[in-house]
Design a binder for this molecule. Structure first.
Ligand SMILES: NC(=O)c1ccc[n+]([C@@H]2O[C@H](COP(=O)([O-])OP(=O)(O)OC[C@H]3O[C@@H](n4cnc5c(N)ncnc54)[C@H](O)[C@@H]3O)[C@@H](O)[C@H]2O)c1
Length: 316
């Protein structure tokens, strides 16, 4: 029988894109989400189920109906929505994760994957963030991410659940939530391609850690499928790109030579972006599951521009 992977937040950006490599492994994805339909194409053979992670009884029924081998828990309120509605953020991001972890134990799920975030860090940070950097997140979203990391490690150590997590940098993707402050890199590409112009509100030297969507999907598949005996920890940092916004503008301009790329810094937005980690030490990810980023700034810019030009909608 085909193994079933239950992907919550299954209509979202990363979930849709993850279905393609998983389908190549012969995995059947069951995508669960509250919205009507996925934001992007999904691989053939996926099943889409509407449901709400915060309704525990519905999740119980879902686990009984599908008996998933692996849970990939993407459903989340992102940073701005979490700050705007702390109760909803806690109910989905923290209590929802607790419900799924309990169900994973009860239904003998083999593996539980959770995407944490660079927002799980905050306060005064060193230039290079180690896996064991103390976490004092500044925002509600980051607080819930750090909480679920701790919960997952508890379930792993105390109850033997195979919990795996990545602290994901800002993902550069055409399906990024365009309202989020963190989506400015994705917007810079898309608005430049569409309108021939983009105004950066960050500082020219702002350089939060980024990752191209193809790289992050690759990292997720590598960690998901890594042999358990190779993994010496449950939560990993990964490093991909840390260009300054100025360098980014130059790399985008190479593909749109007539475009206008300007800076009008908004201090509120720039301060938020500048409070996030710039670079991660990913020694453990390289050692345990052979993580290597494939897309540097130039490769990402070339691929994203080509993808936007050809209209290939599967991944990016
Ligand atoms: N994209 C990034 O830059 C980034 C960076 C770090 C971590 N992450 C994490 O990766 C995961 C996926 O991110 P994404 O970019 O695909 O986000 P996304 O917003 O595209 O997807 C999240 C999905 O969760 C769904 N959802 C919301 N409430 C729900 C509920 N109650 N029940 C079921 N589904 C619900 C939404 O409808 C949405 O489709 C999230 O956990 C996010 O925090 C993303």
């Amino acid at each position: 029988m085909q193994p079933v992977y239950l992907i919550t937040g299954g209509a979202g950006n990363l979930a849709c894109q993850l279905t393609f490599p998983l389908a190549e492994f012969g995995i059947r994805c069951v995508l669960l989400d509250v919205v009507e339909e996925p934001v992007a194409p999904v691989a053939a053979g996926c099943e889409y189920v509407r449901g709400d992670v915060t309704i525990a009884e519905d999740m119980e029924t879902l686990f009984r109906d599908y008996e998933p081998r692996v849970v990939v828990h993407f459903a989340s309120l992102l940073s701005a929505a979490s700050e705007a509605n702390r109760a909803a953020a806690w109910a989905l991001n923290a209590t929802g994760a607790f419900t799924l972890l309990e169900l994973a134990l009860a239904h003998r799920v083999e593996r539980f994957f959770f995407p944490s975030s660079l927002a799980a860090y905050g306060g005064r940070l060193p230039d290079l963030i180690a896996d064991d950097q103390v976490q004092w997140p500044d925002g509600m979203y980051g607080v819930t991410k750090a909480t679920v990391e701790r919960l997952g490690v508890y379930y792993a150590r105390r109850h033997g659940l195979d919990f795996r997590s990545l602290r994901v940098p800002i993902v550069v993707s055409r399906y990024a939530h365009l309202g989020a402050a963190s989506s400015y890199v994705s917007r810079a590409f898309m608005e430049t391609a569409r309108n021939g112009a983009f105004v950066f509100q960050v500082r020219p030297d702002s350089q939060p850690a980024l990752i191209y969507t193809r790289d992050v999907i690759n990292a997720m598949v590598m960690l998901l499928e890594a042999p358990a005996e190779k993994l010496q920890q449950h939560v990993y940092n990964i490093q991909a790109l840390s260009p300054t916004a100025k360098e980014l503008a130059v790399a985008i301009g190479v593909h749109y030579p007539d475009a206008s790329l300007e800076f009008q810094t908004d201090n509120g937005i720039a301060d938020l972006i500048d409070s996030w980690p710039r670079r991660f030490d990913d020694t453990a990810a390289r050692r345990d599951w052979s993580w290597r980023s494939t897309y540097d700034l130039e490769a990402m810019a070339a691929d994203f521009a080509a993808t936007l030009a050809t209209g290939d909608e599967k991944i990016a």
